[in-house]
Each structure stands twice: as structure tokens, then as C-alpha cells.
Design a binder for this molecule. Structure first.
Ligand code: PEP
Ligand code: MN
Length: 345
């Protein structure tokens, strides 16, 4: 439930609403907006007596949020959320942001070398897994904290922000220590205890859509993060399981405008996991930007043939450069621009 205050409501009147919500046994979140303040009431089990709030001075109206996800919805917050990182990258505004890097951090020369190439091509966020959720227990599981240290070194050298995955509470604490954005992967999208933990982590979270999750499931998972007080959430469409074996997954680009209409949170697309095939990544990246994605996550490896994970879907650095030029044109065609390159600073 959302209590919308009149534009001339005084701080005392807003506080009286907060106090009344507490008296009724619920949490209150004041949300100052450009036009007016609203006070959110969470944990509403349908038994709230709205009359006891509506009659207070300064209250304009009460909005009952119709969606099962509350704080994530556009009903709750009309203005789009912009996640701002320490290096100045803003995700969710008019700029299209590109996160790129190898599937896994494999060693110092690999990650530092590719980071310089990606930065030169215009990426502002470096990706690379240090904790890998692999389908087989015998596959490479990642370099763990050593990998995080290499990512931090790459950030020091290039100014790029770092996004990397946490797969459980233990790795989350480490990832929070080193990364700018904590990635929760498709396999963990409904790991609700991990989501609660990430909601308290104090860092932006990139939440990837589960491979058999509906958009509603995705938004309800994001609600766990916001319910813990973390509004810095970026969603990611990374493909769902389809029936056609020509691609690894089915990249659901419709999810982008659907999420934009239902939620104020930014959404990016990951055509690397979404297709699983190098040759399909560039066309689908172009399509995602055309569909309104707030950014892209692209796997790039200096030597994909020797990659320890996801080599078949990793672009060569030269292909990534070409992709960046193409998406710049597409962004401009729909009134957006690429996030300013760190290389030009
Ligand atoms: C990844 O980004 O490397 C990854 C494992 O992604 P997903 O969770 O989407 O499979
Ligand atoms: Mn991968």
C-alpha cells in the first residue's frame, strides 16, 4: 500500500503517517519524489485499516498496489531507478551500459589483458566469474578469492567497475568485499535466503532470470532484495529453456518492454548465455538494444578456443569492438546514447 502525501504536506504530517503505520504494526518507507512524498507500507496482509491513515492531515490518496510484487512495481515508484556506480556508470537512465569480460577469471594476464581491450572498445563494467555454478561438479569451479583479487587489480588499472557472481552466502561476503555489483545467477534466482543476504549487502545486485522463470517470478525475486532495503537492483534477461536445439537458450526479448512497463528497475540483456553461440551474440545484442535494454552483458575472451568455460559463446575482442560500433548506431536511433567511454577520459 502506498500513502501519497499532498505536495504541500509538512515533515510533521509525513512523520505522523509513518508513526501511524508503525502503530498498526507495519513497516513504513518514506519515499521523497520530485513532485511529492509517498510513504510505502510493506507487509500488508490485506488487514490494514486504510481509514486510519487516509484521515490523517496531508494525505492525498491511498494506492493499493495490485501486483504481488510491491516495491518493485511501477505503481509503487513511477520514476525509473538509476543505479549509479563509483566509476560514474549509470544503469537505467538514457545511457546504454555494457558489461563485458570472460565467463571465468582464469589468470592475471587473461583478465588484465582483456580488460584493457574492453575498456578501449567502450565497456565500462568488467565481468568475470570467480565462483562458477557449473552443471558438472568436475568442471572448472573458478579461482575463488584469487580471482576476485585479479578483478580488483583490473579495476585499479582500468577504472572499470566489477560485476561478479556470488553462489552462496560464503562467496557473497567475499564478492561484496571486492565487487561493485554482486551478480546472482540464473540458477540461484529463487535461492531466497541468498537473495535476503544480498538484499542486506549494501551493494548493487544484478539479478539474472532463472532459466524456467516467468517475468513475474523474476520480479518477485527482486522484491526479496528490495524488501531487505536494497533498491539498487538491475535485472537481466539471459534466455529461458526453449524446445529448439539450434540455440542453448531462448533469449526472451519481449521481457525487456514487459519489465519496463511493470517495474521501475533497469533491465539488461545477456545474449551470450541467451544464445550460447558466438555467431548469434552480435545480432541478438543489436536486437536487445533496439528493444530498449538498459545495457548488455557480453562474454569476451582473448582466446575463446582455450576458455575454461563458455568458449563457444565468447566473442573475440575484435568482434566486441565491431559490436560496440553497431550498438552505438542503434542506441542513437531510439534516442539513447552509449555510456561515456572510460578510455576517452
Ligand atoms: C554467467 O554469467 O557466467 C552465468 C553463469 O550466467 P547465468 O547465471 O545466466 O547462467
Ligand atoms: Mn558464462
Amino acid at each position: 500500500m502506498l500513502v501519497v502525501m499532498r505536495h504541500d504536506a509538512t515533515p510533521e504530517e509525513i512523520q505522523a503517517v509513518v508513526d501511524r503505520i508503525h502503530e498498526l504494526g507495519y513497516e513504513a518507507t518514506p519515499m521523497p519524489g520530485k513532485q511529492r512524498t509517498a510513504v510505502g507500507l510493506v507487509g500488508n496482509d490485506g488487514k490494514v485499516n486504510a481509514d486510519r491513515i487516509e484521515s490523517l492531515a496531508g494525505v492525498l490518496e491511498i494506492i493499493h498496489v495490485s501486483q504481488p510484487y510491491k516495491q518493485v512495481s511501477r505503481e509503487w515508484k513511477e520514476e525509473s531507478t538509476v543505479v549509479e556506480l563509483a566509476n560514474g556508470t549509470r544503469i537505467g537512465g538514457t545511457e546504454v551500459v555494457v558489461m563485458a569480460g570472460p565467463c571465468s577469471v582464469e589468470g592475471e594476464s587473461q583478465i588484465i589483458g582483456v580488460a584493457h581491450q574492453l575498456r578501449a572498445a567502450g565497456a565500462t563494467i568488467l565481468r568475470g566469474g570467480a565462483f562458477k555454478p557449473r552443471t558438472s561438479p568436475y568442471s572448472f569451479q573458478g579461482m575463488a578469492e584469487d580471482g576476485l583479487k585479479l578483478l580488483a587489480k583490473a579495476r585499479d588499472e582500468t577504472g572499470m567497475a566489477i560485476v561478479t557472481e556470488a553462489i552462496d552466502s560464503e562467496s557473497l561476503d567475499l564478492v561484496v568485499k571486492y565487487a561493485d555489483i554482486v551478480q546472482i545467477g540464473a540458477r540461484n534466482m529463487q535461492n531466497f535466503s541468498l537473495l535476503r543476504h544480498a538484499g542486506r549487502a549494501g551493494k548493487p545486485v544484478l539479478l539474472k532470470r532463472g532459466m524456467a522463470a516467468t517475468v513475474k517470478d523474476l520480479l518477485l525475486s527482486a522484491e526479496y532484495l528490495l524488501a531487505e532495503g536494497n533498491g539498487q537492483v538491475i535485472l537481466c534477461e539471459r534466455g529461458v529453456r526453449g524446445f529448439d536445439t539450434h540455440t542453448r537458450n531462448l533469449l526472451d526479448l519481449t521481457a525487456i518492454p514487459v519489465v519496463h512497463s511493470l517495474s521501475h528497475l533497469p533491465i539488461i540483456a545477456d545474449p551470450s548465455h541467451g544464445t550460447g553461440l558466438r555467431a548469434k551474440v552480435i545480432p541478438m545484442a543489436r536486437a536487445a538494444v533496439a528493444a530498449g535494454a538498459d545495457g548488455l552483458m557480453i562474454e569476451v575472451h582473448p582466446d575463446p578456443e582455450r576458455a575454461m568455460s563458455d568458449g563457444a559463446q565468447s566473442l573475440y575482442p575484435a568482434q566486441f569492438e565491431e559490436l560496440m560500433q553497431q550498438v552505438e548506431t542503434i542506441a542513437a536511433a531510439i534516442g539513447r546514447e552509449m555510456a561515456p567511454s572510460l578510455a576517452s577520459v
